[in-house]
Design a protein around this ligand. Sequence first.
Ligand SMILES: NC(=O)c1ccc[n+]([C@@H]2O[C@H](COP(=O)([O-])OP(=O)(O)OC[C@H]3O[C@@H](n4cnc5c(N)ncnc54)[C@H](OP(=O)(O)O)[C@@H]3O)[C@@H](O)[C@H]2O)c1
Length: 467
Amino acid sequence: MAMTKGNGANVIDARWIDTSNGMFIDITGLRERDIERSPGVWSCKNNHRYRTDELWPLRRTEFEGAEAWIPYAFDKVLADEYGPKSLVTEEWHGPKMSPTEQTVFRLTAFDGFENLQSFREPIPKPSVGEVLVRVRSVSLNYRDIATARGTYPLRVKDNVIPCCDMAGEVVSIGPTTELSKAPDLVVGDAVLSPVCPSWLYGEDKRLDGLDFTLAAGKQDGVLREYIAMPVHSLIKLPPCKAPRDFVQWAATPCTVSTVWNAFYGNTPLKPGDTVLVLGTGGVSVTALVLAKAAGATTIVTSSSDKKLDFAQSQLGADYRINYKNTPDWAAEVQRITDGKGVDHVIEVGGVGTMHQSLAAAGRGGVITVIGFLTESQGNLPDVTMTALVKSLIVRGVAGGSKQQLEEAVKFMGARKLELPVDKVFAFKREDIIAALNYVESGSHIGKTAPNIVVNLEDMNTSKYTTP
Ligand SMILES: NC(=O)c1ccc[n+]([C@@H]2O[C@H](COP(=O)([O-])OP(=O)(O)OC[C@H]3O[C@@H](n4cnc5c(N)ncnc54)[C@H](OP(=O)(O)O)[C@@H]3O)[C@@H](O)[C@H]2O)c1
């Protein structure tokens, strides 16, 4: 069955094609100049059929005095050409022509990856002050392993949607923040969500602050196709021209905000400082990239010579230590620094590495306590005496604020910094479980992102692929 919704100005003629699965929409009849200007309808010339979930939802638009129903994706194009005032938009209240459901992954228990189950759930409607974000890419962190295994130290809600890192694009704006009232965010903008969307700036002194972290406490996470989020919590990204850009940015929120907090939340990192990072996981590689770009000298440890090669050749690490071959790696750090020790330690190991981190730190240094990867070797360090003698700052950090992430995004955008994304997985249960296994195996360097762009065709026809 085909249905036509025409419009007086003969601007847009959209035919919905009710195929057996009701999934396709065919946009034809756009004026030539609109076709040329609109990346979203680029392949109309080839009669390309778009999935409705790519174009949905539609909005009623007054366009040159006539009614037209257009996909949200065209709003920006039309606004660019005619200015926001020429667009009067309204939600589509007609028959549902596209899926109103999305795929959502939940952990149904906390004793293994097999508990990751896929569900079909309604796509949320953005309410007052919210926008609906189409998630384009999600990245994994060690905490996702710990959550699935039941070892994550924070409380996690039952049947949680896991993962806290995503990058996506705005697909609709809630009732009170229409195009004209939300100058910072419009439909089509690429956005990043902080891990704790309600921690906007400053120190998080709320007693229940950690309850409002994505995929922890009372909050669901981002392993889903759509999420409604408060507009003020989102960070606008530099234009994302390709799906790969979403993969890159999705790799940043958790580790980048944490590392930015470690470097700039208290005693700031300065050019010329020496930074020690433990291992080559997500946090440490992020610290390496940001420290190098800030003009610091960097020392990286790893259990693998191959990873150390990568850290030096690709990420510019200045010094390397294999902590398996050199169990007393703190002594090696002291040798490298001529007995001065380092200014910043990114401490991700926890009780099993803390005694050596204390030994590697220099006078007046900062040890940022971030991770808990190791267990006690029975040699718990005397933190008090070492901190006193060396005038150390030993500072725990739990993530970072929106402001800190925003500063980091600005820095990374300006310097064109990228975090290494080790592998990209599909948004399918088996693939995501494979990604979790991959992270748990420790084979990766940096970040692992299960890319949830639906399929390659969508990637090729996305407006972001158009130059
Ligand atoms: N506080 C926060 O806000 C915050 C934020 C993010 C992460 N974290 C925590 O920080 C830790 C790291 O997270 P991640 O995402 O970076 O993990 P990850 O990507 O899984 O990285 C783990 C890496 O740590 C290294 N490692 C393991 N044992 C080590 C040891 N004994 N000495 C030195 N390095 C060792 C290994 O590097 P090699 O393979 O090179 O040996 C391993 O690949 C986790 O405990 C995580 O929960 C905390």
